[in-house]
Design a protein. Structure first.
Length: 95
């Protein structure tokens, strides 16, 4: 396995807590702790990455255009006022 050296900056308390875990033997080194943490993050993100739909990505230009269109529709009285979280959830589920 090939390795790549990486330098990170951490808050002092996070470094200390990590070193405490190394000192009590839960990890062989601070690098081992960091690698383990990254692996866990990757595991948790797999479903997000798997379900990620590239079609959902829009450029800044598309986003600005959509916001401008929404503002124009709202000014023309075509907007919908959602008064609760439940109404918002129902609206987005119906889309």
């Amino acid at each position: 396995m090939e390795f790549k050296k990486v330098t990170i900056t951490l808050p002092k308390n996070l470094h200390k807590e990590g070193m405490d875990l190394v000192q009590i033997g839960l990890f062989s080194s601070f690098s081992d702790l960091v690698r383990s943490g990254i692996r866990e993050e990757f595991k948790e993100l797999q479903s997000v990455i798997h379900d990620f739909d590239e079609k959902m990505i829009c450029s800044d230009k598309d986003l600005i255009s959509g916001v401008n269109q929404s503002m124009s529709e709202a000014k023309a009285g075509k907007g919908k006022i959602l008064k609760s979280d439940k109404e918002m959830d129902e609206y987005f589920e119906a889309l």
